[in-house]
Design a protein around this ligand. Structure first.
Ligand code: FES
Length: 152
């Protein structure tokens, strides 16, 4: 009977259906289920954290070589929107020059995700802001605007 096969795929299909009904695209759901860049980097050049107004927190692990983003991982204590946005953000900046990665905008992430619920758009902002904060901190520690300040 066809029903006998439901159990084997039940869990992820159930989540898929729930997220789809809530307004997430297949692409966003795929990012959420696969979480390809979720975790930490032991050799990160910069780690920064940001907490959103919703109370959810993200830590971004950034690895840079020769002025390019070579690796990024996110630790996300947050919702499905936050996780899918963070994963999409990594795909957009990996391999890019650090300056170009800093120019990432919410709209770029939204276009990759295609669709997420309107009330989850702030989750994209959190993922992007957390990345900006991490890149700024990296730039500041590696290329201080006022180098003399470090001799104080
Ligand atoms: Fe907080 Fe999505 S509800 S990041």
């Amino acid at each position: 009977m066809p029903g006998e096969f439901i159990e084997t795929t039940g869990a992820s299909n159930g989540i898929r259906e729930m997220l789809s009904n809530a307004g997430y695209s297949d692409k966003a759901i795929q990012y959420y289920l696969e979480k390809p860049y979720m975790g930490s980097l032991s050799n990160a050049d910069q780690v920064s954290e940001m907490t959103g107004t919703c109370g959810d927190t993200m830590a971004v692990y950034l690895k840079v070589a020769h002025g390019k983003v070579t690796d990024v991982m996110y630790q996300v204590m947050g919702c499905a929107g936050a996780i899918s946005a963070a994963m999409a953000a990594v795909d957009l900046v990996k391999g890019k020059k650090i300056e170009d990665a800093r120019n990432l905008e919410d709209g770029d992430v939204f276009r990759v995700l295609q669709e997420i619920p309107v009330k989850k758009h702030h989750c994209i902002q959190l993922a992007v802001k957390a990345l900006h904060k991490t890149i700024d901190a990296y730039q500041e520690s590696h290329h201080p605007k006022n180098p003399k300040a470090s001799f104080k």
